[in-house]
Every structure is written in structure tokens, then in C-alpha cells.
Design a protein around this ligand. Sequence first.
Ligand code: GCU
Length: 599
Amino acid sequence: MNKLITYIFLIFPLLGFSQELITNVHNRQTTSLNGEWNYIVDQYETGYYSFHHDAFDQQKGFQKSAFYSNYHAQNKQELVEYDFDKSPTMTIPGDWNSQKENLFYYEGNIWFKKSFDYDLKENKRLFVYFGAINYKAEVYLNGIKLGIHEGGFTPFNFEISSIIKEKDNFLVVKVDDTRKKEAVPTTNTDWFNYGGITRDVLLIEEPKSFIQDYFVQLKKGDKNTISGFVKINNFDENEEFINIKIPELKINYKGKINAEGMVSFEINSKKIKYWSPETPKLYDVSLEYNNQILQDNIGFRTIETQNAKILLNGKPVFLKGISIHEENDKGGRANSKADALRLLTWAKELGCNYVRLAHYPHNENMVRLADKIGLMVWEEIPVYWTVDFTNMETYKNAENQLVEMIGRDKNRCSTIIWSMANETPISDARNTFINNLNAKARDLDNTRLISAALLTKSNNLNSYVDDPIAENLDIIAFNEYLGWYGGNLDDAEKIKWTSKYNKPVVVSEFGGGAKAGLHGKKNERWTEEFQEYLYVQNLKMIEKIPNISGLSPWILVDFRSPRRLLPEIQDGYNRKGLISNKGIKKKAFFVLKNFYNNK
Ligand code: GCU
């Protein structure tokens, strides 16, 4: 056994960062590795560094003290000071904070191990896929390092065809959720830093040459042309064509693959039923190549801005929205279909046709459900408050999260807006940082709108946005907290908003806290009556904002935040929800519902 690992270790050097994303994993041949995983809390990274702080996976030869070796003492004399199989377990996917009381406040390193057998046939390839791991993941299979991934909210995968064994494979993941200045997000956020393997872990089996990725959406500005690309992994010259079939539209397109394994296509169709929140039409689409048939459900809609209006399928639309954090009913990180249904059903009940998924890409179940039930979506990368805009590594990290977000969800018609950032302070470095992300997003996908949640300025009763990056954004979105962080609610109707941009305006956040069940006068903070009045007044003000095209009040449900510490009121929760974390609707919920029903 030791000789084998030593041999393998010499042959297969470090494989580096995560590989190109395999998309639409839900409709591929997969084996789930979800379930109970052993874990070892490793505060001092004892399983990663020697006592002289040399990283084991940088050393030559077999490192039995390295936790990724999953080594067991061979006899009663041998010294080994860890044992995954005797270590506790937790459920994956799932954050460690809400599963283990003694890990509630833990931030740092935890190792996870999953053993499994897999009979990989000769002519097949195998990949391991992670829906998301917060925050930094170092992944090993059978003692071999597959690579590293940074960013807690986007998927990544590694090929393991050459490492997999029929029996006793051990997948080991070192997860580090230590908050760092140079990270994305940085150290300070108003949400809870849930650590762990927070989304599905899948084995994906594919033929030698297979469909890796594709983009099938309406061409920008052309509602009768379906366009995009298909990317083949390890293109096989004997298989020159792919087929794109949309039976309901009588489309059976045959495309010739070029030498790079790519097909770009444009398919004309005058019979498309367009997706909208009222009629969330999805088509069965299949991509066929090399005996592989990849199914997907895709909707077609156009989204654009014209003269300060947002047009959906060519018609002006008002975004009746709500902001949402990705939390489940147990005070943990949400990830399942049931979690998505709980949150989006409430949004529908509120009368929404739109949701802002804040401040990071939520799990894929959310956007796929939004496709299905008809909710337009704002997706965002966690460039939040004061990330280190001067640091090129920070930029690369943010850009990588953007690439992965767009990579995963570019075929989701519900997603209409990519957001680059939230409440970031104006500076040259910041402007360049976000403008570069903006350019990258347009390069990857020119069919959707680009925005960011901006801060506002005001003097007396005049409020406005004056931000250099707004020039390059399609939608002027801003957060305002009249009556909570400043201003007087009674002045709401006197406040004059001006906008120097001939662009649609969306109020991406407004709101105030209330403890569900706490009642009193409308000027008593934390009461439901205060929050109710705050909504009434803010909605009056917002209706008068020039070019107002939508809003997503902060927030659907109370959520955990280490910044909210007022005893008996907050107790570690941001209480700006319209629904409490226990599912109780507050009075303001009905103010907004009524507003949307009359909109
Ligand atoms: C900010 C921020 C949110 C935060 C909210 C609040 O605007 O974008 O992340 O939770 O305000 O203060 O409640």
C-alpha cells in the first residue's frame, strides 16, 4: 500500500487549480457522495504542515502525517495521531456551524473524508464535482492532490479518471473558512460565515469525448434567433457533428464541430413562446454528441433597457422584488430543492415577479426553480463593502467567481441581471476593479443586464446617485435606508430624488428591523408597527423616483449576522426580514404584498 502511494505520488504531480466547469450536472450521469462524512477539526493545520510549517503536499514522498493520506497505523508500535474512521461525522452538504453546537462560532480548518468504491469502465472518464465549499478547499483523492478552489458560493470540478480505484477510494477535503482581508468577500460582512461543504458532491461519469459546456439563449436583441455555443471536451475527429433538438419548435439543428471542439450556432424560429413570470414557458432541449444525450429545460426571453425602461420580451416591466439570503429553516446554509421552494414560495406569496439573490450566487436549485415558477433573478458575486481593490490576486479571485457564476447559470432564463458588487466605496482602484469585472461579464454574456448595488448621496431632502461606475451599468441600482440608518420617515414624500443617468433605476435595498410579535407605536424601533410605517413611507417616496423600474426590499426573512447583537431583539439575527426566521410574517409583509398587488 505505502509503496503504491509513493509510486503514484511521484508520477502524478500537483494538478493545480480547478478545471473548466462542467455545466448542467443535474442532467448528467452522476453518483452522489452526499451523506455522512468523517471530519477532523484542525485548528493548527497539523494535518497540513510539519512542525516547521512545511506543507506536506509540497514535500517529496509519502507523508503519513498528512491527513490527506488517510493513513492508519500498520501495527501497535507505529505513531499515527489521527484517524478519520474513528472521527465524528456530519452531513454533507451542510455547514458545520448549524450542525455541531461546538462548531457554531468556529472559523478555521476542518478536514473531511469520504470513502467510496467505483467501478469505472475502460472507455469512460470520471470527475468529482462540488456545488460549493466555503471558503478555500484543497481536495485530495487517494492521497493525490487534485487542486485548490477559492470562493464559497460557486461550483468546481476535477478529473479523477487516472486516480480512481475500484475499491476503497478516499476523497479528502481540507476546508478553511478563515476570513481574510484579501479574500472575496473580505473580513467584514453582514451575514454569517457558514463553513463547510455546503452543496452537493457528485461523481460525474462521461464518455472519453463529451459535451462539457453550452450556451443556448436568444441572440441579443433578436427574439427569433436562438444562438450560442457547444463546447466539447477532448473532441474526437470521428464525431464531427452535434445535434441540438427542440422538438416543440421542430428544431433539429446539426452543427459541425471545429478543431477546437467548439460549435457556434444561430437557429431561427418564429414560433417561440417567450418565458415570463406570468407564463414561465420552458422547452425540452437536448444536445446530442457521440451517443451522449444531454437534456435541459430552457426558457427564451429577451431582456434589455430602452430609455430608462427595462423591457422583458420587448415590453416595459416593473421588477416587484425582494432580497433573499441563502438560509434554511434551521438557521443554516440552504442548499436543497425544499429550501428553495420555501423561500421562493414566500416571494410569490408576496406578489413578486423578481428576486435579488444576495450577496453571492445561491445554489442552483434556486435559479432552476425561479425558471420553473416564473421569477426574474438578480445574481451577485460577493464583492461586498471593502474588498481589497488594490490587490490583483483579489481581482483574479473575484473574476473567477464571476466566471463560475455565469458559467453555471447562463442558460437560466430567470437570471436577467448580473451584479458586480454591493455598497463598495468609490475610489480609482475600486472603479477599475468593478469596471473590469463588468467588461468580463459582458464578454462572457452580452444577453443580460449588468448592475451593482450602489450607495447614494443626499443633502437635505435631495438624494441622488453620483458614481463613476454607473456610466457602465445598464441599471442604476442603489440601497437606501430612509428611516433606519438616517432621515425622517415623516419627510418621505418631501424627498426629491434626481438621476443624471438616462437609465432604469432599481432600489436594490431599503428596510428596517422588527422583532416579530413585538408591538407598539409606529415611532418605536423594533416594533412591527415601526417597520410597517417605514415600508409605507419608503414606498411612497420610491414611487416618485424618476425612472423607477423596480425594487428588492431588504429582506424576505430574518437572517443570522455576527454584527447584530442586541439582546432579546437581534440575538445574532438581522431582523429586517418581512418574515421571522421562525416563519412568522410581520405587518410590513402585507404592506409590500398590497403594494405589489396594486402595481
Ligand atoms: C446593507 C447591506 C446588507 C445589510 C443591510 C443591513 O445595505 O447591503 O448586506 O444586511 O444593509 O444593514 O441590514
